[in-house]
Write a protein that binds this ligand. Structure first.
Ligand SMILES: C[S@@+](CC[C@H](N)C(=O)[O-])C[C@H]1O[C@@H](n2cnc3c(N)ncnc32)[C@H](O)[C@@H]1O
Length: 271
């Protein structure tokens, strides 16, 4: 087992994304907490809309629950939209959401290190918040480059190494995990600081933008709802959200609890 849960294949292809619930709960808690920073799916769609004409072929790699996929369908009106993920359950959600929105799109269950797609198939490819699950993200980027036509555009999105560091201190201060502040960043393999270098292994990087996102958890229950979904900590309390919220409320100073993450966007083309 890897020391970093985001790089542990048994977790990534098991508890983390086997079902739709854990990712949905985490996303919901973070959206509720967000007080500053753009809507990431909108920013991705804006970056691509500026470079990709309507009627393009678009891939969304590591699509998760399909939030970005839906936005791409709406904004870019591609003639072909393929959402790829290793999780069959998340692809099911993506397919249902595309269907509910009346959007055209197909889903492919695959590992992003070995895309079952022909060379030069895409005009544009997105990989958002997924390549930090790879111990060898340059290998996944080589696959993305292979599937792009020459001149095709990739938008790669990740977070900073120090994302949510304030929460490490809160978990430590609450006595819930004595090693919370010394664990490696979940984003250590692909983050704001190495995004450019890794993207440049197979693509020509045109631009990298960094944006600070700030989150405020309004009370202990809100914070517990997020903490219960992250694999970073070893919290041994049993009893789920109510027990965790009670412990946080008792041991921390009054809310709100604020944390930050830098979200980084690279726009790159296949040479
Ligand atoms: C945090 S979610 C990101 C979802 C989405 N891109 C978004 O921005 O909301 C990470 C996704 O990467 C997928 N993933 C992780 N490792 C993968 C791999 N080797 N191949 C394909 N998908 C993978 C997971 O199944 C999960 O859906």
């Amino acid at each position: 087992m890897s020391a970093n849960p985001f790089l542990d294949p048994t977790l990534v292809h098991g508890d983390l994304y086997r079902g739709d619930g854990r990712l949905a709960d985490r996303t919901h808690a973070m959206h509720r907490a967000k007080i500053s920073g753009s809507d990431v799916a909108d920013t991705i769609a804006d970056l691509l809309a500026a470079r990709v004409p309507a009627g393009a072929a678009v891939l969304d790699i590591g699509c998760g629950r399909g939030t970005t996929t839906l936005r791409l369908a709406d904004r870019l009106r591609p003639w072909r939209l393929i959402a790829v993920d290793a999780s069959a359950a998340l692809l099911h959600t993506t397919r249902d959401r595309l269907g509910d929105a009346g959007a055209l799109g197909s889903v492919v269950c695959a590992d992003f290190h070995h895309l079952p797609l022909p060379d030069n198939v895409a005009d544009a490819t997105v990989a958002a918040f997924c390549l930090y699950h790879s111990p060898t993200p340059a290998g996944a980027i080589a696959e993305i480059a292979r599937c792009l036509r020459p001149g095709g555009t990739a938008v790669l999105v990740t977070k900073s190494l120090d994302s949510y560091a304030e929460l490490d201190h809160l978990v430590h201060a609450a006595g819930l995990d004595p090693h919370a502040t010394s664990r490696p960043s979940l984003y250590e393999s692909f983050h704001s600081g190495n995004l450019l270098t890794i993207a440049a292994t197979n693509l020509t990087v045109l631009d990298v933008q960094h944006e600070e996102h700030v989150f405020q958890f309004v009370d202990a229950t809100h914070l517990a709802r997020y903490l219960i979904t992250t694999p970073k900590y070893r919290i041994t309390l049993t009893g789920g959200i109510p027990t965790l919220a009670a412990a946080l409320q008792q041991r921390l100073s009054a809310p709100p609890y604020t944390t930050r993450s830098t979200v980084s966007f690279a726009v790159a083309v296949r040479p």
